[in-house]
Design a protein around this ligand. Structure first.
Ligand code: PLP
Length: 398
């Protein structure tokens, strides 16, 4: 397991925020949806466009060579971040695409079985539900107060179970799931595990020892540009590719196709080259700050937010204390209207609605929630402005 830099010194928030000019224009509490992008990532993308833009992996000229080199450097960097090897990393455009690569890349047989959970974002639910058309049985295990009990998953495993697909941190509640324990247990039974790392990678230490597939967004905890993501595969030969075309073949005749080895065989066509090139320095920033410190910072702010909101009359907080993703509801107020009012009042940007997790969110007996989420760059003052805003809009005078 990777040893993350332990330190009692918090990073310098003032300096960090200079990397994100947009933060001076609003109170950004929607990082669970997508993160702000640091200057260094934007600058790397500008350098690509201004100095060496070309295609990846093809062409002998110097621009193409430099592009390929810079792109592959980021693959190696992400692999290093996860303590994996570059062949195990395939770039995608987001978490959703990464999960779908697994759902489509498995050689399914009728009667196969997949286990997923009630906590999932649609990205880790729909790809499995759609397999029902192929005769695959899908079990959705319940949660217990926002957590998946490994015993419940173990009990759902049958001799036909081909995969356990679970979120590391649900985007509605922010509860960290025991994926390591579930991974160990599943492996003891010969079942691989996919982890949806949308809310965890870059926010908390992630150990891939007991994970077979990790779906990674580039644009959330890793602070990369939108349109970037990746799939980590412990065994890249365990999946078939689901797209075919240029850049993935060693040799083609009209009777035979010989594919390149992973990861190239999973990345046909021109990828999001500028995005991936921007992702590199963004990961560098996360590494500089240290994931352990980011996690501590976000937990502290989440606790402050949870306590502050819980003390307001008419507010129900659905998330437990100590997570940077806090969902709440306000009595007699519709979530979208309330979120808009927070923005109008003080430029506070929060998410509202079902959060693409309708089975879970609708189980709270509400018309959606309001969700405030922090990032490595969020300040306690911003959290306090949210609390003050909610107080003002509810008329709470306490
Ligand atoms: N899974 C979870 C837990 C999420 O929070 C999200 C997005 O918010 C996704 C999957 C989908 O991520 P992406 O937009 O990168 O496809």
């Amino acid at each position: 397991m990777k040893r993350y830099r332990e330190s009692i010194v918090m990073y310098d928030l003032v300096r960090l925020r200079e990397e994100f000019p947009v933060l001076s224009r609003c109170v950004y509490l929607d990082s669970a949806s997508t993160s702000q992008t640091p200057r260094r990532a934007v600058e790397a993308m500008c350098t690509y466009f201004y100095e060496y833009a070309a295609n990846h992996g093809r062409g002998a000229h110097h621009l193409a060579r430099r592009t390929t080199e810079e792109y592959e450097k980021v693959r190696a960097q992400l692999a290093g971040f996860l303590e994996a090897s570059p062949e195990q990393i395939v770039f995608s455009k987001n978490t959703t695409e990464s999960v779908n690569m697994v759902a489509r890349g498995f050689r399914w047989k009728r009667g196969d079985h997949v286990i997923t959970t009630m906590l999932e974002h649609h990205a880790n639910l729909l790809p499995w539900m759609m397999l029902r058309d192929k005769g695959v049985r899908v079990t959705v295990v319940p949660h217990e107060n926002g957590y998946i009990n490994p015993v419940t998953v173990a009990e759902a495993i049958t001799p036909r179970t081909r995969l356990v697909a679970i979120t590391h941190m649900p985007n509605v509640l922010g509860t960290v799931q025991p994926v390591e324990e579930i991974g160990k247990m599943a492996h003891e039974r010969g079942v691989p595990i996919l982890v949806d790392g949308a809310q965890s990678v870059g926010h908390l230490p992630v150990d891939v020892t007991h994970i077979d597939y990790l779906a990674i967004p580039g644009h959330k905890g890793l602070l990369g540009p939108q349109g970037t993501g990746a799939l980590y595969m412990k065994d890249p030969d365990s999946l078939e590719c689901c797209l075919y075309g240029g850049g993935m073949v060693e040799h083609v005749s009209l009777t035979e196709v010989k594919l390149l080895p992973p990861p190239a065989k999973f990345e046909p066509g021109t990828p999001n080259i500028p995005g991936v090139i921007g992702l590199g320095p963004a990961i560098g920033l996360v590494e500089e700050l240290g994931v352990d410190l980011i996690h501590r910072h976000e937990k502290k702010l989440g606790t402050r937010m949870c306590r502050g909101l819980s003390g307001i009359a008419g507010v129900s907080v659905y998330s437990p204390e100590g997570t940077g993703v806090v969902s709440f509801g306000v009595e007699n107020r519709e979530p979208n209207g309330f979120a808009r009012a927070l923005d109008d009042l003080d430029g506070i940007c929060v998410r509202s609605g079902m959060h693409c997790a309708e089975p879970l969110t609708s189980s709270f007996d509400c018309r959606g929630t309001i969700r405030a989420s922090v990032g490595c760059y969020t300040t306690a003052e911003e959290v306090d402005r949210l609390i003050a805003g909610v107080q003002a809009l509810t008329g709470d005078r306490s």
